[in-house]
Write a protein that binds this ligand. Structure first.
Ligand code: SI3
Length: 291
């Protein structure tokens, strides 16, 4: 099966923190029309969803779905520390809007037991005709699941895989070997090549919003057995990713969209508003990697 690339969709905001629908729709279009992306991951970390109200998250699901049409796969990230809200978001995404696939971040902040985490996923899925990707991101959530624990979550047949944002390659290898039929989408863009070697099904990430072509070329080189070319492309991507992180990750990706002619709005506070220095930095990055 061909490996798939998903951009983690950004949400455009105005200076007053309200949603900028035109900007979000324009980023959906860019991903479909210019990147020819396989899919979009909507309302994740890159989408700033954890700083949005339930009403805003629902609205995001609706406009992204409307704009994308059948142009690419869509995954709605419904996870929230408030399980009632996560269930409401899942029900809305699936039954009101029509998403076929959802994802949910592991519940975070409190040190929940594994049984509580399993109950969270089973509760989100209860009564819903859908499929779900576990969103595992230990660096930000503090929640690390073992291969055995992933296996217990997979006992729910609606759970089809993992968005694996983790640099633990032994765990990745163990999960890959134990669950060959489950989907694993890797989420640390700067380590994609190593994850490809371990047999991931694709990747979901923020940096593909602008860097999709180079990443598709890397995957193609890897699949053709040209590891030297794949590594050369990963080196360039990592130079790009490091430059973007140094310039402030999410605000800079929006500034890069501006450089590409897409009015992507800005980030929501407490993320940074773009400064003149950040704008100049983004212009340099765009010229260096995309011209
Ligand atoms: O929206 C999302 O949930 C993601 O994009 C997750 C994805 O794994 C990204 N992680 C975070 C925390 O943003 C990566 O794409 C990440 O931005 C990239 O590898 C740069 O470090």
């Amino acid at each position: 099966m061909a490996k798939k690339l998903y951009s983690a969709l950004m949400t455009a905001f105005n200076e007053d923190g309200t949603m900028n629908d035109a900007g979000t729709r324009a980023m959906v279009r860019y991903n479909i029309d210019v990147n020819h992306i396989d899919g979009l991951y909507i309302g994740g970390s890159t989408g700033e969803a954890f700083m949005m109200s339930v009403a805003e998250r629902k609205h995001l699901f609706k406009i992204a779905f409307e704009e994308a049409g059948d142009g690419c796969d869509l995954i709605a990230q419904v996870g929230a520390i408030n399980l009632t809200e996560a269930k409401e978001l899942a029900d809305y995404a699936v039954n009101t809007v029509g998403y076929k696939t959802i994802s949910a971040v592991t519940p975070f902040y409190y040190p929940f037991t594994f049984d509580q985490i399993k109950d969270y996923y089973d509760s989100i899925l209860d009564g819903l005709d859908t499929q779900l990707l576990i969103y595992s991101l230990p660096a930000l959530t503090g929640v690390s699941l073992s291969a055995e624990q992933f296996g217990k979550l997979f006992e729910n047949p609606k759970i089809i895989g993992i968005k694996f944002t983790n640099a633990d390659f032994l765990l990745l290898e163990r999960v890959r070997k134990a669950f060959p039929d489950k989907l694993i989408y890797f989420g640390s863009d700067e380590m994609l090549l190593s994850a490809l070697v371990l047999g991931v099904d694709g990747a979901i990430g923020s940096t593909f919003n602008l860097n999709a072509k180079r990443t598709y070329d890397e995957i193609a080189a890897f699949e053709a057995g040209d590891n030297a070319k794949a590594l050369e492309l990963q080196h360039i991507s990592n130079d790009y990713i490091m430059d973007v992180i140094d310039n402030d990750l999410y605000p800079t990706i929006k500034l890069l969209f501006h450089e590409a002619g897409v009015d992507a709005g800005i980030c929501k506070k407490p993320m940074n508003a773009p400064t003149p220095e950040m704008k100049a930095g983004a212009a340099k990055i765009y010229a260096k990697y995309f011209n």
